[in-house]
Design a protein around this ligand. Structure first.
Ligand code: GLU
Length: 298
């Protein structure tokens, strides 16, 4: 998918715990990618699920990025300050008939999927697509997926041709508990900040088709010249813990060690299969890493 110049990338952590090495790897990859393109690198705090996020984690993320020389461009984007923007986006989709209220509980959706094998995608069965059953109350707001497949390309993983009706079904934009869903806010913000390149962990690759569908829906009806094409995607390998699990806050991943930022950069660098860089400062390290990253990308 062609991306438009100038390059704008971003790192979008959820502050549900301190920054760990897996997230540092993603931050570094997206930072270097913007750097080798002479682009901008934005930082967005995805704290929309306020029950799971906390200020101490935000502080730790900012402090850790700065300590590793990963300085972002301009002001911080903070999702918890953007409710009205998400409200407007949802309204715009609803006015086009692209959303609907849904009364289904998690249990009902699980039951509808009960004949699917373990590991198969859980798909929304479409119960409320043409109206909620009589007497039921709306809980969530869902996106009405089109029958058209979403075709997209990943720089590392290749071509995708996703049929959302089979992989997820109509997905949630606003949750039953009133929180915004990730698939709406991530797209609204990437679009608002004119992101052209998304470099993030491979674990998010299967969310991409849903996000492209929302991206296009938000711009449907716009004059062709005003349409901003979806970003170019590059899903990086994720760092696995010793037991083969993805490093994450859920699996109790440790915060990035405090003492030696150059050592930390080399640790995540080697995880990409790249050779250790000798440097005394993070600034020098990042300078030396840039041409290597340009090669790695190619
Ligand atoms: N906030 C998401 C996370 O921390 C990343 C979102 C994205 O990069 O699209 O996993």
């Amino acid at each position: 998918m062609p991306a438009q110049a100038p390059y704008i990338g971003r790192f979008a952590p959820s502050p549900t715990g301190p920054l760990h090495l897996g997230s540092l790897a993603t931050a570094l990859g997206s930072f270097l990618d913007a750097k080798v393109h002479g682009g901008k690198w934005l930082l967005r705090i995805e704290d929309i699920d306020e029950g799971r996020c906390d200020a101490a984690s935000v502080e730790h993320i900012l402090h850790t990025l700065k300590r590793h020389g990963l300085n972002w461009h301009g002001d911080l984007w903070v999702q918890s300050q953007r409710h009205s923007v998400y409200e407007t986006a949802l309204k715009c989709l609803s006015e086009r008939g692209l959303t609907y209220p849904c009364a289904c509980t998690r249990k009902e959706i699980e039951e509808a999927n009960s004949r699917r094998a373990l590991g198969e995608n859980r798909v929304y069965p479409g119960t409320c697509r043409h109206g909620m059953p009589a007497g039921r109350k709306a809980r969530a707001i869902r996106f009405r997926c089109s029958a058209e497949h979403v075709k997209w390309q990943d720089h590392r993983l290749g071509d995708f041709n996703d049929d959302l009706n089979r992989s997820s079904g109509d997905f949630v934009l606003k949750r039953g508990d009133g929180y915004w869903a990730y698939h709406l806010v991530v797209v609204v913000d990437d679009l608002a900040s004119k992101v052209t390149h998304i470099v993030r962990g491979e674990d998010l690759a299967d969310t991409t088709a849903r996000q492209i569908a929302v991206w296009k829906a938000l711009q449907s009806g716009l004059d062709a010249k005003a349409v901003f094409q979806p970003p170019a995607y590059w899903h990086l390998p994720v760092i696995l813990a010793e037991d083969g699990q993805k490093l994450s806050k859920q699996t109790g991943a440790q915060a990035v060690p405090e003492h030696d930022p150059v050592l930390n950069l080399n640790t995540v660098w080697q995880h990409f299969g790249l050779d250790k860089i000798k440097a005394t400062t993070t600034k020098q390290w990042l300078e030396l890493a840039s041409p290597v990253w340009a090669n790695y990308r190619a």
